[in-house]
Ligand binder design. Structure first.
Ligand code: COS
Length: 402
């Protein structure tokens, strides 16, 4: 067992692994082919409390630690990255900032529904002109009495369509850069009401929906195809001032902290893809025979997979260490970026290696490794590109030098 884990972590891993085998593996390929959002499994995961795993029990969550959360995302991604990113974006990026920066009233109003998976949450930072340069936000929030009127657009937002509670950034004071950015909680009905209705989750009409919020069509993506990624359009959206998250001007810093935590989620997701692809390659190469012996007997194959196993274990140490630091309230931003950088690169390598081990079979949709290869690419881009992780790590190194 990993030295940072307790028995409860291992038991939880077994539970999620079982769910992955029974509920995710059978639908992952269809989700990839059709792009259909996995509403039935969202309900099943909600029933297990997984949308509120790290949320304190008094807010309706399971109150589990950051390591349990990393294990959840890792094990979901072992079979399907789309399921994993749906939970990760909801938990770390949407629920996380309300728990961390919300007032008592905001927490009790919005978090229980998110923690129960009653509705899904989304995080709206990225804009057409503000990707890696997140402080380039153009969405504008104008104060009007007790309200703000928010206008602008966001792009590539996970859960934007299916979700009902959105946490978004907008400029409250223009011309002063990141200190002029604030964040807001905005509610709107799900874009998929019939499917949500059939699943019995995802729609909560008692939420304070704002008019003027619309979403684009689902993006046609290379990977993570069963996850919901859309543009979000805000047209003179009236948001009461009590839905501002944190003080005016604190939105950027709060979102940066949220992303630090999010990066542990993407590291865990990457780890899951790396492990899932490795498992398939190991199984295949120990059974498939060529030249009268298993592929595994060829040193090239065996050494390649041994290398991969060692690198996966190293990435796991890094990811769990970042989660461990976060759990203890210690600084973890550098470690989270390092874990994401290394694990996402590894996911791509592991999936590519698995495709190679399986040869032509790996190149077809008969095996999930080609999907994993596509899914892995997103891990090097989402929640901060590999280049942004290096920039963040570099800044920490300079700051920490003796
Ligand atoms: N935690 C807390 N505060 C942070 C922070 C963090 N991780 N990172 C930056 N800040 C603070 C800074 O301390 C600074 O505060 P002061 O103005 O009080 O000094 C403020 O935020 C501005 O920081 P900085 O000047 O470093 O901002 P930059 O515009 O130079 O950019 C990067 C910072 C590039 C790191 C940031 O824009 C980033 O992470 N971009 C990637 C965005 C991303 O990951 N997008 C993915 C899509 S969202 S799923």
């Amino acid at each position: 067992m990993h030295p940072l884990l307790q028995r409860e972590h291992s038991d939880f891993r077994v539970e999620v692994r079982q769910f992955g085998l029974e509920r995710i593996a059978p639908v992952a390929r269809e989700g990839d082919e059709t792009g259909r959002f996995p509403w039935e499994n969202v309900r099943a995961m909600a029933e297990r409390g997984w949308f509120g795993l790290p949320v304190p029990a008094e807010l309706g969550g399971m109150g589990r630690d950051a390591l349990s959360y990393a294990i959840l995302i890792e094990e979901l991604a072992r079979h399907d990255a789309s399921h994993a990113i749906t939970v990760s974006a909801h938990s770390n990026l949407a629920t996380g900032p309300i728990v961390a920066f919300g007032t008592e009233e905001q927490r009790s109003r919005f978090v229980p529904a998110l923690a129960a998976g009653r509705v899904l949450g989304a995080f709206g930072l990225t804009e057409p002109d503000a990707g890696s340069d997140a402080s380039g936000t153009r969405t504008r929030a104008l104060r009007a009495g007790d309200d703000y009127r928010i206008s602008g657009s966001k792009i590539f937002i996970t859960n934007a369509g299916v979700g009902e509670i959105l946490v978004v950034t907008a400029v409250t004071t223009p011309g002063i850069g990141s200190s002029g950015i604030s964040s807001f909680i905005i509610c709107k009905p799900t874009a998929d009401p019939e499917a949500a209705d059939r699943a019995g989750v995802g729609h909560l009409p008692s939420l304070p929906y704002s008019d003027g919020v619309t979403t684009g069509a689902p993006e046609d993506k290379l990977g993570w195809r069963a996850s919901d990624t859309r543009a979000l359009f805000l047209e003179d959206v009236r948001v009461p001032k009590d839905q501002r998250l944190g003080a005016e001007g604190e939105g950027f810093r709060n979102f940066m902290q949220t992303l630090d935590a999010g990066r542990i989620g993407i590291a865990a997701l990457s780890l899951g893809i790396a492990q899932g692809a490795f498992d398939i390659a190991l199984r295949y190469t120990t059974r498939r025979r060529q030249f009268k012996r298993p592929l595994w007997d060829f040193q090239e194959v065996r050494f390649g997979l041994a290398d991969l196993a060692a690198e996966i274990e190293a990435a796991r140490h890094l990811t769990y260490a970042a989660a461990w630091l976060k759990e203890r309230g210690r600084s973890f931003g550098k470690e989270a970026s390092m874990a994401k950088l290394i694990a996402s690169r590894l996911a791509a390598k592991s999936a590519r290696t698995a495709v190679q081990c399986l040869g032509a079979a790996g190149y077809t949709s008969r095996y999930p490794v080609e999907r994993m290869m596509r899914d892995a690419k997103a891990c090097e881009i989402g929640e901060g590109t590999a280049e942004i992780q290096k920039l963040v790590i570099g800044r920490h190194l300079v700051r920490e030098q003796p």
